[in-house]
Design a binder for this molecule. Structure first.
Ligand code: ZN
Length: 372
């Protein structure tokens, strides 16, 4: 999901942009409509919408907990986005020190615990609990209901499984006594075990638990995968993971000869250059389209379909991965000249080779600490 494109800025809190995702409005609409239908009154609608807004204030405060804890360790937060499933604080990076990660990950749920305690005390003093705590009271009293949701928010986030905060806290605790990749793998396996348990319990108790279990299962896997990728690419630059032998075409070369080259080499993306300067890629689909529109003799540059920004050969290879989800092939540019192409395949090959080479020699004793 592209959070950036479909979000609106709500405002800034403590210097951090707070944004709201478009789908959140659909949630409000849906909640409002179901409130209208179930209560049959406009007041019921307003009440439901206010409740969701209050709930998301809690979520923003939770995310601010992470962001402000991270700030203490010199890590800034790009923004906080509200999604129907909760909030996302985009930290510039995760702390490398396990103790710092523990604090940053724990700070969010801690905010909910503190808010919960304050709300509970206030409600207690106001006499909200003088009557027995029934399901009806939970449903009808706005603040009691908000408190109960806040408590479940804290508990949910403390489940020791990725992508929940509890999973990060668990990994951080494990990482104080083993290396980071192993800690992540162990935490992910614990998370998977929990997901299976949750799924089984959910089957008998509440089908929502099955949904959460699926979410936890996939979250555990993707966290482990991204950490292993990062560790596998540690110390490698783009230069190490690029293909430096490839075919390219001149800007004024005729399209029919470009097609011949494309067929003969099997290269799906052909870079177009002019005096060694990269102009863009021709993909086979673009090529056939351009030939139909402009004829076989038209120049190659007319068929350019994508113009990704060139990347620096000395950039850490790991940082290229997110860019490869947008463009399948990236040009590597050094002093204005095209010197290589990076694809997810070329990166994977390099990582595989790196791991094989690493496995054959013993790692120096202090190599363990700075994997992230
Ligand atoms: Zn959190």
């Amino acid at each position: 999901m592209n959070e950036k494109k479909w979000s609106w800025e709500l405002g800034r809190i403590a210097g951090i942009d707070v944004k709201i995702h478009l789908t959140f409005f659909f949630l409000l609409l849906w909640i409002g409509l179901s409130g209208l239908i179930s209560s049959g009154s406009f007041l019921g609608l307003v009440n439901e919408v206010l409740f969701v807004i209050a709930l998301f204030v809690l979520v923003v405060l939770h995310e601010l907990g992470h962001a402000l804890a991270a700030r203490r360790f010199g890590i800034s937060t790009k923004d906080i986005t509200l999604l129907p499933i909760g909030g996302v604080a985009r930290l510039e990076r995760m702390p490398e020190d396990p103790r710092e990660e523990m604090i940053v990950a724990g700070a969010g749920p801690l905010v909910n615990v503190v808010i919960g305690a304050v709300m509970f005390l206030a409600l207690l003093l106001m006499g909200a609990f003088n009557q027995p705590l029934t399901a009806e009271l939970l449903q009808t009293n706005f603040w009691v209901r908000l408190l109960s949701v806040n408590v479940s928010l804290a508990i949910f986030n403390l489940i020791p499984a990725f992508p929940m905060d509890g999973g990060r806290v668990l990994r951080a605790i494990l990482a104080t006594r083993m290396d980071y990749v192993k800690a992540t793998r162990t935490a992910a396996n614990i998370g998977r075990g929990l997901a299976v348990l949750m799924g089984i319990v959910g089957f008998f108790v509440n089908p929502w638990l099955i949904l959460i279990a699926l979410f936890v299962w996939s979250g555990a896997g993707s966290e482990a995968q991204s950490v292993e990728l990062k560790a596998g690419l540690q110390g490698l630059a783009v230069r190490d993971g690029m293909v430096s032998q490839f075919y390219q075409v001149e800007a004024n070369q005729a399209l029919e000869s470009v097609l011949q080259l494309s067929m003969a080499t099997g290269q799906g993306h052909l870079p177009v250059v002019s005096n060694g300067r990269f102009l863009g890629f021709i993909r086979r689909g673009d090529l056939l389209n351009a030939m139909q529109r402009l004829g076989r003799r038209a120049p190659a540059y007319a068929a350019i379909g994508s113009e990704p920004v060139g990347i620096d050969p000395d950039m850490p290879l790991y940082e290229v991965l997110p860019k490869l989800t947008v463009n399948r092939v990236l040009p590597v540019i050094e002093q204005g000249q095209l010197i290589g192409l990076v694809t997810s395949d070329s990166v994977q090959q390099r990582m595989w080779l790196n791991q094989k080479l690493k496995g054959e020699r013993t790692a120096p004793p202090n190599e363990k600490r700075d994997i992230v």
